[in-house]
Design a protein. Structure first.
Length: 208
């Protein structure tokens, strides 16, 4: 069966170089340190929706094992070249990992997934984590869903609506939440929600 191509994929294929060069300048040091503080030194990290490969390189330089993917072939090629790691071409909706990673880093990537597919995608992400593994997610704060004039889809969450989503998924507990403001590639600074969760070692447990 042919995969459904997301609207944003065309944007990122067409603008990969300029977009990557812009996002390389975004300082994610604080969020990365909060995430990495929850992991062991030899942890295996999945950079889910890795974009430019900026964070793949940062994790690799810290000595972590890193696997990355992006849905855009052009972005994946850029990330592979920049990070020195192989970045696979893969959609969130097609992940099939099972108990494979100690940590998942998904920075400003899940916001492009259609909301009606988010529960399934979150299930796939949780399945990808080993028991007690941790995951970092970030979203633009708000509610609803929109498609911008350049074809990119954006979904937004509040902490309450993100917690409600994760409660339906189950098997995770909230570890840390915070807000931040960063213009990134946007013309105006956006309010960001940041959340770190941990997968339970017990099937079905839920502390969200």
């Amino acid at each position: 069966m042919d995969q459904v191509q997301l609207p944003e994929r065309n944007f990122y294929d067409d603008n990969a170089a300029s977009y990557c060069e812009a996002t390389l300048k975004v300082d994610m040091g604080v969020a990365r340190e909060r995430f990495l503080s929850k992991l062991q030194p030899d942890a295996h990290i999945l950079d889910a929706g890795c974009g430019s490969g900026r964070d793949m390189l940062a994790f690799t330089m810290r000595g972590f094992q890193v696997t990355g993917f992006d849905s855009s072939p052009q972005m994946a090629a850029y990330a592979s070249s920049y990070s020195g790691r192989i970045c696979e071409v893969l959609r969130f909706q097609d992940m099939q990992f099972q108990n494979e990673f100690d940590g998942i880093w998904s920075c400003a990537a899940l916001l492009h997934v259609p909301k009606h597919e988010m529960e399934d995608v979150m299930n796939r992400l949780v399945n990808s984590l080993k028991p007690n593994g941790v995951a970092y997610f970030s979203f633009i704060e708000g509610e609803g869903e929109r498609v911008s004039s350049d074809g990119r889809r954006y979904n937004s969450y509040t902490f309450d609506s993100l917690r409600a989503l994760l409660y339906k998924v189950g098997r995770v507990r909230e570890v840390e939440v915070w807000t931040s403001t960063d213009s990134g590639t946007q013309s105006k600074p956006a309010p960001w929600l940041n959340m770190i969760v941990q997968k339970s070692s017990l099937e079905g447990a839920n502390d969200i």
